[in-house]
Design a protein around this ligand. Structure first.
Ligand SMILES: Cc1cc2nc3c(=O)[nH]c(=O)nc-3n(C[C@H](O)[C@H](O)[C@H](O)COP(=O)(O)O)c2cc1C
Length: 188
């Protein structure tokens, strides 16, 4: 089978990671793949923030916990307040946040999702595992959380579209759920 198709079909969301670093080379290849995603009108209005290493990610965890307590931003309050919670599933050594400037892109959600899709697939192609993490979406506009992100360089103008934990897979990757039938309609 074509190796790109094989990678698309064998990629799974990974939520169990070995406590081992992601190399700079691996990270750069993954982020570059994200940067080559198609964008509406080729606006390339995305921004990718990569947090590499447990210390950076622990600091993010702490911010997520605080922001998730704030009324109106507390959709994941119960999940996040559990002592075992970590946005990187404990051991993923790379965490990426993708934002898009909605004043520049006509399709910010689509653009950012394609960037993240490339990132998830590239991580798998590099022999790593990755999983989309939704929790940042719920707290994206919580003022103190935004201030923290802005302090790290994340542009205040950009909407957070999604984020992903990336690391070394521990154990056997899960099997794909069976594909649903009757949802592809070919007309000739
Ligand atoms: C927009 C989006 C949000 C997701 N959010 C989460 C999440 O917050 N936590 C999680 O563990 N998985 C999350 N996932 C992963 C899905 O659960 C996963 O893709 C789905 O179960 C299919 O499994 P597969 O990726 O292994 O094919 C998300 C996926 C997408 C596309």
């Amino acid at each position: 089978m074509n190796e790109i198709l094989a990678a698309i079909m064998s990629r799974r969301s990974i939520r169990k990671f070995a406590n081992e670093p992601v190399t700079d080379g691996e990270m750069e290849a993954i982020l570059q793949a994200g940067s080559f995603a198609p964008t509406a009108r080729n606006t390339q209005a995305w921004y990718i923030m990569a947090l590499l290493g447990p210390e950076r990610i622990r600091a993010l965890d702490a911010q997520v916990r605080e922001a998730s307590k704030v009324p109106g931003f507390d959709r994941y309050r119960d999940l996040v307040s559990s002592p075992s919670y970590s946005i990187n599933y404990q051991n993923a050594h790379l965490f990426v946040v993708v934002g898009v400037d909605p004043a520049v892109s006509p399709c910010p959600v689509q653009d950012g999702s394609l960037v993240l899709g490339n990132i998830l697939l590239a991580a798998h192609a590099m022999g790593l595992g990755a999983c989309w993490v939704n929790q940042l979406g719920a707290i994206a506009d919580e003022p103190l959380f935004r201030k923290y992100l802005t302090g790290l360089g994340f542009p205040a103008t950009h909407s957070i579209i999604g984020s992903a934990a990336i690391g070394r897979v521990e154990g056997e990757p899960p099997r794909a759920a069976p594909r649903k039938h009757g949802q592809i309609n070919v007309l000739r």
